[in-house]
Design a protein. Structure first.
Length: 612
């Protein structure tokens, strides 16, 4: 384990006069990091990009001469569907899709709403508007495991239209005319003649997944397989044949396929971006970075790479890199003693050492290298150690020295929940998989473990919270939009089913002291008699995303991040006061508090702090 010092970043405190020392937010900006870009949507005067941490907007200087030109603007926090894998812009309509479903904005990205999906939560892999979208408002979406979805109201609601599909894994969609559309799958290509309502297979692939589809200027269709083989068909998507005499595709791992307005083919692969001007017979590498997507707008070609966005103004012959977009997924904030952590799943953690006077002038950031990503869970044990979950298991890390210890040698993939109670060698630690099927318990601070059998069934585990007396869990069924609470008084060996509620908000936030759970926009606070007291928090779209508490003078403070912003309670949820004045609400990703300060993390790596 080792540390890599990042460029020192200074705060932007100019003009921030103290208002009684309490109401002024001070900013601390984390360093820009190279990050993968999976989705692009060019629009007049701007370029939208999507990745691990959501979306961002770039304004080319030639298109938008202003103080914002040539810079990225961090977009709102999307919960879901980050990470964003598909984007589409049309006027003021912006659609974004990813692992958590679909969201839409009718205000050019300023405000967002979750789309209603018949199948509940789905992973979106492709998005294709009808050629007649201006009049029919129709879109199709491909999913990872739910086939094809169709919307006839501009992306607000979606229903499943997978009749005839033998495979439910969709990798790409391509409209040929107002009624004819092709769907690439993991075992071939399907065609619909009725706008995506029903499907029939027109190509059975013997070489694996069909990764992407595109059209020739002549109207023919080209498909690339995961093997790198190219297949072509006529304008109706019929008569598939291998493309003969292909040169330059040996050993590639295709990621995307695109045809420019001039008819040039661009193939994004793991080994770089390839270009062909003769219909795919010969290919030349024009950039060595892995490319996930290509798009064209305002006379420019854009490519989303593993490290950011590339742009070409000569039909793909030469490429230059734009500044790094603020799309990393370091969207969790964790103060720990004199340290402040930014944590995410696919990006190595960042750490800053805090100044005692609360200012951020001259703050140095350090990036923790040597971890096996992705990180699937984390928890701060005390002021000295972190618990990190990932493919290798559960790791205890002492940041000051860089020492680490493998506590649990079990691969922890997907979402991992970690909770603990007690201190020292008698500390109890619990680790659970997000699917609710695996649960481990240690009664000796991680020295030994026993695996338990939880009774949660097929529901997802949304929360796991330990207190000195109980272990509390919350499960969520995304198909039924149903939350169920569970209780254990014997360290997780046996469970009692408790309170149940319906909500379309998939997150359940929790806090140990006082014991509290956020279900939708209702905060449940445990009472001494074993019941729950309900307290409504926030307003507007979205539910409770984070609950934190701290001891301040002689009282316990509660802070909640919910729809409508940040709210504070000095009386354990009896009343609430807004705390977000001066912050862009749609960009608040996380909150944290210490005994003296309140912290808010904004998308784009901006951390705001102020006195309690």
């Amino acid at each position: 384990m080792n540390w890599m010092t990042e460029e020192t970043r200074r705060s932007s405190d100019e003009g921030a006069a103290e208002d009684k020392g309490r109401q002024v937010w001070r900013e601390l900006v984390a360093p820009a990091l190279p990050t993968p870009v999976y989705a692009l949507a060019p629009a007049p005067g701007r370029l939208w990009a999507g990745g691990l941490g959501g979306i961002a907007c770039y304004r080319p200087a030639a298109d938008a001469p202003s103080e914002k030109a040539g810079n990225w603007e961090a977009g709102p926090v999307l919960l879901p569907p980050a990470p964003v894998t598909v984007l589409w812009a049309y006027g003021n309509l912006l659609l974004a899709g990813g692992n958590g479903g679909l969201a839409y904005s009718l205000t050019g990205g300023a405000g967002w709403q979750r789309a209603e999906i018949e199948d509940g939560s789905v992973g979106v892999t492709a998005l294709a508007p009808s050629p007649g979208f201006a009049s029919d408002n129709t879109l199709l979406a491909g999913t990872l495991a739910n086939g094809v979805l169709r919307s006839s109201d501009g992306g607000r609601t979606w229903r499943n239209v997978s009749f005839g599909l033998q495979s439910q894994e969709i990798t790409d969609l391509l409209w040929l005319d107002r009624l004819t559309v092709l769907a690439a799958t993991d075992e071939g290509v399907y065609r619909s003649r009725d706008g995506g309502r029903g499907w029939r297979r027109v190509l059975e692939s013997s070489e694996g997944v069909v990764e992407a589809l595109t059209r020739f200027p002549s109207g023919g269709v080209l498909a690339v397989l995961e093997s790198g083989a190219l297949l072509q068909a006529n304008a109706e998507g019929e008569g598939w044949q291998p493309l003969p005499a292909v040169d330059g595709l040996e050993g590639v791992q295709p990621l995307s396929l695109f045809t420019s307005e001039a008819g040039t083919l661009l193939l994004g692969t793991q080994r770089g971006l390839l270009r062909s001007t003769d219909g795919g017979s010969h290919w030349q590498t024009v950039d060595g970075r892995p490319v996930h997507i290509c798009r064209q707008g305002q006379g420019r070609l854009y490519a989303g790479s593993d490290g950011g966005v590339l742009v070409s103004e000569d039909d793909g012959q030469h490429w230059r890199e734009l500044p790094p977009p603020p799309l990393h997924d370091l969207l969790r904030l964790q103060p720990q003693g004199e340290r402040l952590w930014l944590l995410g799943t696919h990006t190595a953690p960042l750490q800053a050492r805090l100044r005692l006077d609360g200012t951020s002038e001259g703050t140095e950031w350090r990036r923790l290298e040597g971890l096996t990503l992705p990180l699937t869970g984390w928890a701060a044990l005390d002021e000295e150690a972190l618990l990190l979950a990932g493919p290798e298991g559960l790791l205890r890390l002492w940041p000051a020295s860089g020492e680490h210890q493998l506590l649990l040698a079990e691969p922890l993939e997907g979402n991992t929940l970690i909770t603990w109670a007690g201190a020292g060698r008698a500390r109890h630690i619990w680790v659970a998989s997000g699917d609710g099927r695996r649960l481990w318990h240690s009664a000796d601070d991680g020295a030994s473990w026993r695996q338990l059998t939880p009774p949660f069934g097929v529901a997802l585990l949304a929360a796991l919270q330990a207190t000195p007396e109980h272990l509390v869990a919350a499960t969520y069924d995304p198909r039924q939009y149903h939350v169920c609470l569970w209780y254990s008084a014997d360290d997780g060996s046996n469970w009692i089913r408790g309170l149940e509620a319906d909500t379309n908000w998939p997150l359940v936030a929790s806090c140990a002291e006082p014991l509290a759970l956020g279900v939708g926009n209702i905060l449940l606070l445990a009472t001494p008699d074993g019941n729950w007291r309900r307290s409504a928090v926030g307003h507007g779209g979205g539910g409770i995303r984070r609950v934190v508490s701290c001891q301040w003078a002689d009282r316990r403070l509660l802070f909640v991040l919910a729809g409508g912003g940040i709210f504070r309670s000095d009386d354990l949820g009896q009343s609430w006061q807004a705390q977000h004045e001066g912050l862009p609400l749609v960009r608040i990703a996380d909150i944290a508090c210490t005994s003296t300060r309140l912290w808010a993390l904004l998308s784009g790596g901006v951390i705001c702090q102020r006195s309690l």
